[in-house]
Design a protein around this ligand. Structure first.
Ligand code: UDP
Length: 355
């Protein structure tokens, strides 16, 4: 069993350097059993917050949170946030009620499937999590006068031209509203619009973070929903062909999970992020072909690279401008790609041995 204690302590060390502590806060994390959500729960529990993890386990996994189930300050609710849920009430005609939690301080809405493989299989549930789900999560924040935090995405930008890469938050996007990725891109955009409407009309205090590609231990893997890094690592460790889509000249910039979770929690903490939209990613842009070669090297693999067709609307380049993150939440990514990949490969080896 892989132990994440070292990584969790590293995140806490970085937060405490800025005197960031969530103890005594009551925090709702939707998508709390997912890749990023479960890391957030781990850090919050370790810091002594009361953490309510809400997840319907559609893409999240109970394995990510099972070690937290016996903690006094952890609560798991198996629920789909696209359906209403009320805290502090025992009877509401419109949805499920959780009577004994009377006050929530922070709502972190992180629930959504995020893998391109799922965009064609589960488009309706993706649309619902980011539209109805965001509305329901905002409703909870409004009822409890809680701070609202939303994990949006670089997909907001769609397929930007070279002149808009690296991409600042002010870029409006170049998105196909009826393409195979539109369930995700457009629902995340609608989610942001919901937040702006609640800020305006209900004076909700909210922050929007646009997450760029993130990797690390606990990332989902498997042929049906793998993102590029887990796919390539799995293929490399098993000497299978590395499936580069297209000619591999498309770029991404990858953030290690320890950096990303540090940034997310800094964004929750700093008041300077209130009402703001902030990119959170890595500005080390590389091609998918370079990534494939690096993973072959780090795994000492005999795999060969093969080329499969490029999916429709696959963004050509993706890389953030990080000036706002540096200025407003004192954050920049610090883990070199090689180092993060080494840890991720070790984690993969440990879980593939268990299977
Ligand atoms: N990709 C690839 N081979 C794979 C999986 C993905 O070449 O087995 C490419 C994909 O076409 C995209 C990039 O890797 O250009 C990143 O894909 P991912 O699924 O991680 O997410 P995206 O960044 O497209 O949302």
């Amino acid at each position: 069993m892989y132990d994440h204690e070292k990584e969790i302590q590293e995140i806490i060390k970085r937060l405490e350097k800025e005197s960031i502590k969530f103890n005594e806060k009551i925090i709702l994390v939707t998508g709390g059993a997912g890749f990023l959500g479960s890391w957030i729960c781990d850090v919050l529990i370790e810091q002594g917050a009361y953490c309510i993890c809400l997840d319907n386990l559609s893409s999240g996994s109970f394995d990510n949170i099972s070690h937290l189930m016996d903690k006094k300050n952890f609560r798991f609710l198996n629920h789909d946030i696209s359906k209403p849920i009320y805290f502090g009430l025992t009877n509401h005609p419109m949805g499920i009620c959780v009577g004994d939690i009377e006050k929530i301080d922070i709502v972190m809405h992180m629930a959504s499937r995020a893998s391109p493989f799922e965009f064609t299989k589960f488009p309706i549930s993706i649309l619902k999590s980011n539209t109805l789900g965001t509305m329901n999560a905002l409703g909870i924040a409004k009822a409890h006068n809680a701070l609202f935090f939303y994990t949006s995405t670089s997909e907001i930008y769609g397929n930007p031209p070279d002149s808009a890469v690296p991409t600042p938050e002010t870029y409006f996007g170049h998105v196909n509203p009826v393409g195979p990725r539109s369930c995700y891109d457009e629902s995340k955009r609608a989610g942001e619009a919901f937040i702006k409407a609640y800020e305006l009309q209900h004076k909700i205090k909210a922050k929007i973070i646009r997450i760029f590609n993130t990797y690390g231990p606990r990332i989902r893997y498997g042929a049906l929903f793998g993102r590029v890094i887990p796919n390539f690592i799995h293929q490399a460790l098993n000497d299978k062909d590395i499936t580069v889509f297209g000619d591999g000249s498309q770029t991404r910039s990858f953030t290690y999970v320890v950096d990303e979770v540090e940034g997310l929690l800094k964004a929750v903490h700093f008041n300077a992020a209130n009402g703001e939209v902030i990119n959170l990613g890595n500005d080390n842009e590389l091609t998918i072909l370079e990534l494939a070669e690096l993973i072959i090297e780090l795994t000492n693999s005999n795999s060969k690279i093969t080329h499969n067709p490029l999916p429709i609307d696959d963004p050509v380049r993706r890389c953030p401008v990080l000036e706002k993150a540096k200025r407003l939440i004192k954050w920049k990514p610090t883990t070199p790609l090689k180092e993060g990949l080494r840890v991720t490969i070790e984690w993969f080896k440990s879980i593939e041995n268990e299977d």
